[in-house]
Design a protein around this ligand. Structure first.
Ligand SMILES: Cc1ncc(COP(=O)(O)OP(=O)(O)O)c(N)n1
Ligand SMILES: Cc1nc(C(=O)O)sc1CCOP(=O)(O)O
Ligand SMILES: [Mg+2]
Length: 267
């Protein structure tokens, strides 16, 4: 018997769930860096007002019920900021498939979490699933057909970071650029049929890619020169005294870096 679900169509382009999303600045939350769980919704709210376009709720402690209460509070704060700004900011859940499904939020999984294919098939078709990619081999496996591919990859880590120490080896900007180019070149993926995203962090096609790990105001310009669709930060916003200003500065530096001529070309 054939399976007619759109995410199962072999050889057909996957729907572009990430179209219209501003991928340039992606915030992953952390209760410890933010001063406790209760402070996180307020930080997420301020960060969206400052320019964050995507939020992921990450909390490694507590059971699924506690996490769900926390994720609802963050999602509500993001929704308030969206109402005020007229923006649409998707909210991802880190790791916890059941919570993402229960709350109707997007999901991000890593290489040591529930396998991507299992997560994708368990998630409703309209919700995005992101995947961490630490190497060319992992990207090759993620893009090998048939079957769905991630809606976005977290290229990780670009640099070593004190926020998460059990990471793979740092890729550096060159490695991140190589992976982003390969993701964009994938034509049957989420963005394979998409047009350019209207200048908000989208490449012209393929799977979107954001760089995570050690991204700070001091390093963001080096990533703006790559093919990444955006940067993904934890401490640069969660530990900032003014999260709205921190987000605005990161976006401004990303945009400034984008307007520089490519290396080797005259200004
Ligand atoms: C966008 C994004 N990219 C990478 C990660 C890291 O995921 P993972 O390797 O599963 O590690 P944890 O965050 O679960 O500790 C991410 N969360 N988001
Ligand atoms: C959540 C996470 N994942 C990583 C990976 O490499 O997979 S690095 C990381 C934390 C990134 O924190 P900061 O922005 O403070 O450097
Ligand atoms: Mg994980």
């Amino acid at each position: 018997m054939s399976d007619a679900r759109p995410d199962r169509a072999v050889g057909e382009a996957q729907r572009d769930r990430g179209a219209g999303v501003d991928w340039r600045l992606y915030l992953v939350t952390d209760p410890h860096l933010g001063g406790g769980r209760d402070a996180v919704p307020g930080i997420a709210y301020e960060a969206v007002l400052g320019g964050v376009g995507v939020v992921q709720v990450r909390d490694k402690e507590g059971d699924d019920d506690e996490f769900a209460i926390h994720a609802v509070a963050v999602a509500e704060a993001v929704a308030r900021a969206c109402t005020e700004t007229g923006r649409v900011v998707p909210v991802f859940v880190n790791d916890r498939l059941d919570v993402a499904r229960e709350l109707g939020l997007h999901l991000h999984v890593g290489q040591r979490d529930i396998p991507f294919a299992r997560a994708r098939s368990a998630m409703p078709d309209h919700l995005m699933v992101g995947l961490s990619i630490e190497s060319d081999a992992q990207l090759g496996a993620a893009l090998a057909g048939p079957g769905p591919v991630p809606d976005v990859i977290g290229v990780s880590p670009v640099w070593a970071t004190a926020t998460k120490t059990d990471t793979a080896a740092a890729l550096g900007p060159e490695g991140a650029d190589r992976l982003a180019r390969a993701a964009h070149a994938h034509r049957s993926g989420g963005g394979g049929v998409r047009e350019a995203d209207g200048g908000v962090g989208g490449a012209a096609g393929g799977v979107r890619a954001v760089g995570i790990g050690g991204v700070t105001p001091a390093t963001v310009a080096r990533l703006a020169a790559t093919e990444l669709d955006g940067i993904c930060v934890v401490s640069a916003i969660m530990a900032a005294p003014d999260p709205r200003a921190a987000a605005a500065e990161l976006i401004a530096r990303w945009e400034a870096g984008k307007s520089l001529p490519p290396k080797g070309e005259p200004a």
